[in-house]
Design a protein around this ligand. Structure first.
Ligand code: SF4
Length: 324
């Protein structure tokens, strides 16, 4: 069967990050996860102290290493893995990377932007940490190198946001997102999604406690309307030592089965615009502390199941939306 989806040159029926980086930067690009010691308003008392109920924040292992050391380790791994490396994406991943002393944070961003092979900077943060000073800093950084800002929405539903202790409601997310996206649209002009100076991504999580299939599809539909450049679809991972682990072990939370998850992802992809970059279609939990779902360890099988479901149903990213 031929693949009718146009943002693909493989069997994939969604716009993979690999496709995007090969087309934008001329080769496969690898991310270099960076930890600059940023905390999070959910942990330091501004919104809460316990963090989101699934957060372990176990990626703190890099603290103590300089940005350059963290970056070069990632480059070594990427070069060993891929011969045709198109570039590196320093990715400020741990904690909330627009929260703290902006002079220090800007210095870290600038240092990463100046690294050899860096083609784009990724910044993970929250929609309630996008004040005017932050927006100005992002605009200035995007003059030097393309920037992708990724915001964790997780769900559009306020009741779930309370359950997971996200620390802000839908209105706060929409306010932060809209101000960032409006500025990005102004800086980017008519560039296609993800090809401008400043791109905006949204993360969602499937399998949150209290959410059924309909609610997960509602989140995808709401995100589709926001027209982000990138969407990351995660699976909720239950990690040892988190409050979610307690819910799971007491039997009050049951994780999604693999087929169930893959079917939901297929439906979500149909709802998203066909040119949205899909940065991820499953979670990336820490294997040594993963309690459940154990099937998620086999990421290739999850991706293959989604590919097969899409091909079997002859569906693709944006199929439903494009009919509207
Ligand atoms: S917002 Fe992110 S870093 Fe902060 S507690 Fe939640 S998952 Fe952890």
């Amino acid at each position: 069967m031929t693949n009718p989806y146009r943002y693909s040159d493989t069997n994939k029926r969604y716009c993979t990050f690999d496709y995007y980086t090969r087309h934008r930067f001329g080769g496969k690009c690898a991310k270099a996860p960076l930890d600059i010691g940023c905390t999070c308003p959910n942990k330091d008392g501004r919104c809460g102290v316990g963090g989101c109920i699934y957060c372990l924040d176990g990626s703190r292992s890099a603290v103590g290493e300089t940005i350059r050391e963290q970056y070069l380790s990632a480059v070594t791994v990427a070069e060993r893995k891929w011969k045709n490396l198109g570039g590196m994406i320093p990715y400020f991943q741990s904690g909330t990377n627009t929260y703290g002393d902006m002079t220090d944070i800007r210095r870290a961003w600038d240092e990463a932007a100046s690294m050899e092979k860096a083609v784009m900077i990724g910044i993970g943060t929250r929609a309630d940490c996008l004040g005017e000073e932050v927006l100005e800093a992002l605009a200035a950084l995007s003059e030097k190198i393309p920037v992708m800002v990724e915001l964790g929405l997780q769900t559009i539903h306020d009741s779930t946001a309370k359950t997971i202790r996200r620390g802000y409601d839908r209105a706060v997310f929409l306010d932060g997102y809209t101000r960032l996206k409006t500025m990005a649209d102004r800086l980017n002009g008519p560039s296609p999604k993800g090809y401008g100076r400043l791109s905006v991504g949204i993360h969602i999580i499937n399998g949150l406690p209290g959410e059924n299939r309909d609610r997960m599809l509602e989140t995808a539909a709401a995100v589709a309307k926001m027209e982000p450049d990138l969407v990351k679809i995660h699976l909720l991972h239950i990690l040892k030592g988190t409050d979610m682990a307690g819910l799971y072990e007491s039997g009050s939370y049951v994780p999604l089965e693999r087929e169930e998850y893959c079917e939901i992802v297929c439906r979500q992809l149909e709802l998203l615009p066909e040119d949205t970059i899909i940065g991820r279609i499953t979670g990336d939990g820490m294997a040594d502390v993963l309690l459940a779902p154990q099937w998620s360890r086999r990421k290739t099988e999850v991706a293959n199941t989604i590919d097969k479901m899409q091909a079997g149903e002859d569906t693709w990213q944006g199929k439903i939306r494009s009919k509207k």
